[in-house]
Write a protein that binds this ligand. Structure first.
Ligand code: ADP
Ligand code: TYD
Length: 204
């Protein structure tokens, strides 16, 4: 059986962290060998860059380049070797986050993102991406109840509206890869959909 590359996406507070550990456990219960990882981060160098990205003030261009620098190291050291060895990779955020946050959110030009994506990924793309979709006001209320905001989470609701729209456009353009999950639904209902999708992924 070959590995699969699965990503979790959505605006901050939409519900990714609530489901990702559970999802990985469900795969392991089926006997699947899974590497769970995240972006920005997932390798030593990328985790160091994550600290800078989440804390330090910087311009849009530096932010975009550092995201892809982190991704390049992460791909080389973690993601590609795992997939090559037949493992599944479940990653909390990947390049759809860059399209949504740096592209739609910050206004980075799409052709630059596309160029960096093709340089850093080659032909690799996720097999499945779950988009947790939620209104920014509700997501902000939810995350405010559990943690202090980082640099991205401190952005205003107009920023997160653009990010949300960016994600929805990505999902609409690639319906075969994306599963869009309504973040307003109960956790248990979302898990039913995820469980069904795991079965589909295992059978394809
Ligand atoms: P993310 O990882 O996408 O930033 P979290 O999973 O940390 O979001 O969720 C943010 C908050 O919202 C947490 O307190 C979590 O318990 C709550 N939450 C997540 N999903 C739901 C849901 N479907 N219904 C109600 N509350 C939820
Ligand atoms: P995340 O790990 O989801 O934060 P938390 O642990 O607080 O839930 O993501 C960190 C932030 O990085 C998030 O606000 C989105 C941002 N980000 C981008 O802007 N572009 C990217 O390409 C990636 C991967 C993340």
């Amino acid at each position: 059986m070959t590995g699969r590359f699965v990503t979790f996406e959505g605006i901050d507070g939409a519900g990714k962290s609530t489901h990702i550990d559970w999802y990985v456990e469900r795969l392991r219960t089926r006997g699947i060998d899974v590497v769970q990882t995240r972006e920005p981060g997932g390798s030593d160098l990328a985790e160091t860059l994550r600290e800078l990205l989440l804390r330090r003030k910087m311009g849009m261009q530096a932010e975009l380049l550092l995201m892809f620098a982190a991704r390049s190291d992460h791909l080389e050291r973690q993601i590609r070797p795992a997939l090559a060895g037949g493992q599944w990779v479940v990653c909390d955020r990947f390049t759809d986050s860059t399209w949504a946050y740096q592209g739609s959110g910050r206004g980075a030009p799409g052709e630059r993102i596309a160029w960096l994506e093709s340089w850093v990924h080659g032909v690799l793309q996720p097999d499945r991406s779950y988009l947790f979709d939620l209104a920014p006001e509700l997501a902000a209320r939810r995350r405010a109840s559990v943690r202090a905001p980082d640099r991205f989470e401190s952005e205003d609701s107009a920023f997160f509206e653009r990010v949300r729209r960016g994600y929805r456009d990505r999902a609409q353009a690639d319906p075969g890869r994306f599963v869009v999950l309504d973040g307003e639904r109960a956790v248990s209902e979302i898990r039913v959909i995820l469980e069904e999708d795991i079965a589909d992924l295992c059978n394809t």
